[in-house]
Design a protein around this ligand. Structure first.
Ligand code: ZN
Ligand code: ZN
Length: 151
């Protein structure tokens, strides 16, 4: 699998918000849930889980959008790009949309979630597929497997 060269920089569509990744990704994902279909205006969302200490906003102030629930979806207030997600109780990582990065071409999804809700045509090439979400205990093994493959 291709790996992210670090530090990696990126930003929203208009460039008012810029960010930097300086820690090795934990996992890459595609999510087919209907919420992600709506928020991404597409068939599925893409995420790369970055350890929180290796993720920095270097310019601008992202704002919370989406459902304003326990998953905090961060957007650029000007161009409204959905940039990344932080989840309450799981502050150790940030789920960044990899297409925010100036070079996202290394990205492939290692797992895909909510295939039970996927659009019939949508294929991602993910190594592991889940009808819903993996259980918490499964994530540890998935992260280990992904990190070993990208070491
Ligand atoms: Zn913007
Ligand atoms: Zn989703």
């Amino acid at each position: 699998m291709s790996v992210l060269n670090m530090p990696a920089e990126g930003g929203c569509r208009c460039g008012r918000i810029r960010l930097k990744v300086s820690a090795k990704p934990l996992l890459t994902m595609a999510c087919h849930c209907t919420g992600c279909q709506t928020m991404s205006s597409s068939a599925y969302s893409l995420s790369v889980a970055i350890p929180a200490e290796g993720f920095d906003i270097t310019q601008g102030e992202p704002v919370i959008g989406g459902l304003h629930g326990p998953s905090h979806h961060y957007f650029c207030a000007y161009c409204m790009t959905w940039m990344f997600t932080r989840t309450e109780g799981m502050e150790f990582f940030v789920n960044l949309r990899p297409t925010m990065l100036d070079d996202p071409r290394w990205f492939t999804p290692f797992i895909e979630t909510w295939t039970g809700e996927k659009l019939p045509f949508a294929e991602t090439g993910a190594v592991h597929s889940f009808q819903g979400l993996p259980v918490m205990a499964d994530y540890e093994g998935l992260i280990k497997e992904y990190m070993a493959k990208t070491a």
